[in-house]
Write a protein that binds this ligand. Structure first.
Ligand code: CU
Length: 602
């Protein structure tokens, strides 16, 4: 595949289609450049007035005018110098607390549980444990408090309930079938744990919130099954076999505790707009009807390598832009980027080889429309650099950002090197060749057991990284306890005059499926906003761990009018499009987003 250039390795039909698109794009591009609208070639822009491109690529028209430009490549700041607990798993809560936690059986953290002398019995060894393994971090103040968590959360999964409570599912040892709940409304909550609640062992599984607010929990080590977990701590476990997970599991080599290879853990899960679930594991995918257990569609092998844990690529469902009549999403499309070759883990795993071979991670990306009959993978532009353990996060603009991770090796303790310090802006509806833009790098490596989240203020919070079994300092890649925030390109201070400000008083916070709702917003540089200048986006806040943001979903609602700076939008028609719960709602003016507000939909 070409590197940042035009991609010609395509199936014949797709190739023809892409050639046609390309010609039209070039035509549209020349029109725009001749009007001196937007320097797309310069690649660092908030957007490029490319409504023609967008329509051709199914992303839909965002704006009727050229977008605002910037050359800004973003900025990093350290938000907290020593938070004391590594962010192995991370969830932004609707009360602006960011909950993160580590394993509980892997020794001391770097922070005592508060208040001093609070040493609950650790169920792992039945000994008192005075160390904190979980935190609530207030992203607005950069202050944090310790949180009590019981049982073993090591490499677990999680999601939010429709009422904003968070659950953590599975883990290891006595936590392997646990469900833990963190209430939203209690001012100083700790996790409440119900042990042995799940139907199967869930170590390295993934969760996905479904249209009714229950979650499907899929896979895990030696768990070739899924189950539906309702938003309640009282339920009957209902494990359902899923042979696809056995079929995609790279078999163990040898015996003993370190025999696993797998390559299909932490499967990528996405809710399709008909209520079915797209499950990607290792190098291929199926569409599952979660209610009947029936496989609706087998998708072809995605070329290039292994994408799930431990090669740990990343994946996202592209923004779901609603049609004018609010009955369908214009484009349902999944992208997968990075990972490593199927044998990368066994060649590098410090527990099984004496001489480690750090294979370069993958830099290729692929896209699929999983709801199309006979859906095929299409080659996306390559990333400029290889990446394993990166995160592909939605940005308020409808673009995405890839950050964290390494350029060589895989997930697992001591198994990676050459941290990838450069965030990558991904603009999926730009012409091929212009979709990736490198942003300013950080100087802090974030590899295994790191995490990240988009915040309501449009910055990206980045925390964690511990490539070692225990907290380890004074080594090349130490346990990382600093918290950073990254300001993406659109936070260019020069764009502040065009940055929308939402008037919370005049904005509806409670949305009902299919019904209109109002958003009051204004910008400094212009008296009145107009339809065609505005794009609204709604983000479901994901649970992020091990290179994948579970439940991450971006909706672009239909707008019907803007009168006196009050936007009327249509709430998505059902839970198939937007599962019930809390979303961060952003307003963009010609590609410049402002601080978002929390809304709730059901
Ligand atoms: Cu892990």
């Amino acid at each position: 595949m070409s590197d940042g250039g035009l991609n010609i390795k395509l199936a014949p039909m797709a190739s023809l289609l892409k050639t046609c698109m390309l010609l039209l794009q070039l035509l549209a591009f020349s029109v725009f450049t001749s009007r001196d609208h937007c320097g797309c070639v310069a690649a660092v822009s908030v957007g490029c007035g490319n409504s023609v491109h967008n329509k051709l690529l199914d992303g839909g028209d965002d704006y009727s005018k050229p977008q605002v430009e910037t050359d800004y490549k973003g900025a990093w700041v350290i938000d907290n110098l020593d938070v004391g607990v590594c962010a192995m798993h991370l969830q932004l809560m609707p009360n602006d607390q960011v909950i993160w936690y580590d394993a509980t059986s892997l020794g001391p953290s770097a922070r005592k549980l508060e208040p001093e002398g609070n040493c609950p019995i650790n169920p792992y060894d039945n000994q008192p444990d005075c160390w904190a393994h979980a935190l609530a971090y207030d992203w607005k103040t950069s202050q944090s408090r310790t949180v009590e968590v019981w049982g073993e959360t090591w490499c677990s999964s999680g999601n939010l309930w429709p009422n904003g409570n968070m659950i953590s599912t599975g883990g290891t040892y006595n936590g392997v079938k646990a469900v833990r709940m963190m209430p939203l409304d209690d001012p100083k909550p700790d996790f409440i744990e119900v042990r042995d609640a799940l139907g199967d062992v869930r170590w390295y599984s993934s969760n996905l919130v479904l249209q009714d607010g229950s979650a499907i929990v899929v896979g895990g080590r030696n768990a070739f099954s899924y189950e539906i977990v309702p938003p309640s701590l009282e339920f009957k476990p209902n494990k359902i076999d899923l042979p696809f997970l056995n079929d995609t599991c790279t078999p163990s080599k040898g015996e003993g505790p370190d025999k696993y290879i797998e390559n299909n853990l932490y499967p990528f899960l996405f809710l399709l707009t008909d209520g079915n679930v797209f499950i990607f594991a290792n190098d291929r995918a199926v569409t599952l009807n979660p209610t009947s257990g029936q496989i609706i569609q087998q998708h072809p092998v995605c070329p290039g390598g292994s994408r799930n844990y431990p090669p740990s690529g990343s994946s996202a469902i592209l923004p779901l832009k609603m049609s004018t009549d609010n009955t369908q999403a214009l484009n349902v499309e999944v992208v997968i980027c990075g990972g490593n070759s199927p044998d990368a883990f066994e060649l590098v795993d410090a527990k099984r080889v004496k001489v480690q071979q750090f294979l370069p991670a993958l830099k290729d990306c692929h896209r699929i429309h999983p709801m199309e009959k006979g859906a095929q993978w299409e080659d996306e532009q390559d990333m400029p650099s290889p990446r394993t353990m990166g995160y592909l996060l939605h940005l308020p603009t409808g673009d995405l950002i890839m950050l964290n991770g390494a350029q060589k090796g895989t997930s697992g303790w001591e198994n990676a090197k050459d941290p990838n310090l450069t965030p990558l802006l991904y603009q999926p509806f730009k012409p091929i060749g212009q979709r990736f833009t490198e942003m300013n790098p950080t100087n802090i490596s974030r590899m295994y057991h790191s995490s990240s989240a988009l915040l309501p203020d449009t910055k990206v919070l980045v925390a964690g990284s511990n490539p070692h079994q225990f907290y380890t300092f004074n080594v090349e890649f130490p346990t990382e306890l600093r918290v950073e925030k990254f300001s993406p390109h659109y936070l260019d201070p020069k764009l502040d005059k065009q940055r929308p400000i939402i008037d919370e008083q005049g904005t509806d916070k409670v949305l009902k499926y299919g019904k209109p709702f109002k958003i009051a917003a204004s910008i400094q540089s212009q008296e009145f906003l107009e339809l065609g200048e505005i794009k609204v986006t709604m983000l479901y806040p994901p649970f992020t761990t091990h290179g994948f943001s579970q439940n991450q979903r971006m909706i672009v609602p239909t707008l019907t009018e803007v009168v006196d700076n009050v936007i009327t939008a249509l709430a998505p028609p059902s839970g198939n499009f937007a599962p019930p719960g809390y979303y961060i709602l952003f307003v963009n003016y010609l590609g410049v987003p402002g601080t978002g507000v929390w809304v709730h939909i059901d």
